[in-house]
Design a protein around this ligand. Structure first.
Ligand code: PGA
Length: 247
């Protein structure tokens, strides 16, 4: 199995003190790739010091290469300051900024062509799950990214059911594994050559207590951690759980 991928998504949280603390305290563990994704304004400071212990990434990137797009940050700028990953299509971006599947695709393509690795976020709402539409919804989100998935480059897909994000209610391992299988199948259908390269991650209320249980399943190839990534002890415990599961 490829190394597990553990990603910290700080969202709009953190400050220079947390940047410094992360630089000083985050330790590498065997068989785990760690990526820290702070707000864009802190990426340069964190990337400056990022070492073998972790890489850095952006929470979002422009769908354009350059030009008159006030407030946006391009993929090549992210690379320029030392970031190597970018998240696209997080449900908070889709909901708060009206990002469509088409915009998410354009962002992913910009990132890959600049040489960044990409995490494509997908996941259904509670309404869709309760209506029995979770699988078909997630399949269609993955299919919409087919052109990106067919490109060369490092791509991960994060399954983040919206009802599990920030709610303290993680999906069960069974729910996550079932959806990861659906995602793998869909990637195989739209991008067969890349299907085994794509790492499939789970996100939604991952914490120090539930991480080990999630990592018992080989289908869960990593996690995208929001709230718990702001707590250095919890985040370190999640990284250790990923490492222990690999050994
Ligand atoms: P959470 O967020 O861990 O706080 O639920 C996960 C995410 O949205 O990436």
């Amino acid at each position: 199995m490829a190394k597990r991928l553990v990603i910290a998504n700080w969202k709009m949280n953190g400050d220079l003190a947390l940047v410094r603390q992360t630089m000083e305290s985050l330790r590498a563990e065997a068989n785990v790739d760690v990526v820290v994704v702070p707000p864009a304004i802190y990426v340069a400071a964190l990337s400056d010091a990022s070492s073998a212990a972790f890489s850095t990434g952006l929470q979002n990137v422009s769908q354009f290469a350059a030009g008159a797009h006030t407030g946006d940050v391009s993929a090549s700028m992210a690379l320029d300051v030392g970031a190597s990953w970018v998240l696209v299509g997080h449900s908070e971006r889709r909901a708060e900024h009206g990002e469509s599947d088409g915009m998410v695709l354009a962002k992913g393509e910009q990132a890959l062509s600049a040489g960044l690795s990409v995490v494509i976020c997908v996941g259904e709402s509670l309404e869709e799950r309760e209506a029995g539409n979770a699988e078909s919804f997630v399949r269609s989100q993955v299919r919409a990214q087919a052109a990106c998935l067919r490109q060369a480059g490092a791509i991960a897909i994060a399954y983040e059911p919206i009802w599990a994000i920030g709610s303290g209610i993680s999906a069960s391992s069974e729910q996550a594994v079932a959806m990861h299988k659906v995602i793998r199948e869909t990637v195989r259908e739209v991008a067969p050559a890349q299907a085994d390269e794509v790492r499939i991650l789970y996100g939604g209320s991952v914490n120090a207590e539930n991480a080990a249980g999630l990592f018992e399943h080989p289908e869960i190839e990593g996690v995208l951690v929001g709230g718990a990534s702001l707590d250095k002890a919890q985040f370190a415990a999640i990284i250790r759980a990923a490492s222990a599961a690999a050994s």
